[in-house]
Design a protein around this ligand. Sequence first.
Ligand SMILES: [Cu+2]
Length: 225
Amino acid sequence: MTKRLFLAAPLYLIGALGLVEAASLQGDVVDAKGAALGNAVVTLQGPAGGVAAPGKAVMDQQEMRFVPSVLAVRTGTSVTFPNRDDIRHQVYSFSPTKRFELRLYQGTPSEPVVFDKPGLVVLGCNIHDWMVGYIYVTDDPWFAVSDAQGKVSFDDLPAGDYRVTLWHSALPDMQPRQGEAFKIEGAAAQRFALPVEASSEGEPPGAPPSAFGDAFKKAVEHGSH
Ligand SMILES: [Cu+2]
């Protein structure tokens, strides 16, 4: 659902004018061992210097997890944080990109949070320490989050030269990486490698990252006694 928001309307404007040849890109994101890497953010800067309009996006809480665990949005996007659990959450971020706190709540807070600066926002919940989510805010006109098979796809791109930026929460310093420049004409395919160890291999999307895994397991164990 949210993925549709990523590929925003201005792309169609460019296509409709007929000024540039339309192209598409199928991307495969892989880790240091060449295995498919899900939940990676891929952003593109292209030849036309296109600008995607800020939109609206949703970061759910379901079964005491953030869903999706990684959300990419254009700078200026309003994000709502509906709580679909029947317990209360208190969502916060201490990240310099966007500091906020949504007081203990159920349902959807009336005001969305506007992410007005590019950068990474790490989400937590004051009640459930293992809950962690990421909002990646970008100025780049095209962006997507890789699926569980490491796939991303972009349609209606203007043909030309592109620069790619890649990010994943398991990168040692959490900093985005600049990939090699490449050309897109017609239907292109590209492989994007990130220096991420295969620690998250086999984990379902949205599972707590390993740093939080122990806390999560303890909580579950306590809960079952
Ligand atoms: Cu919570």
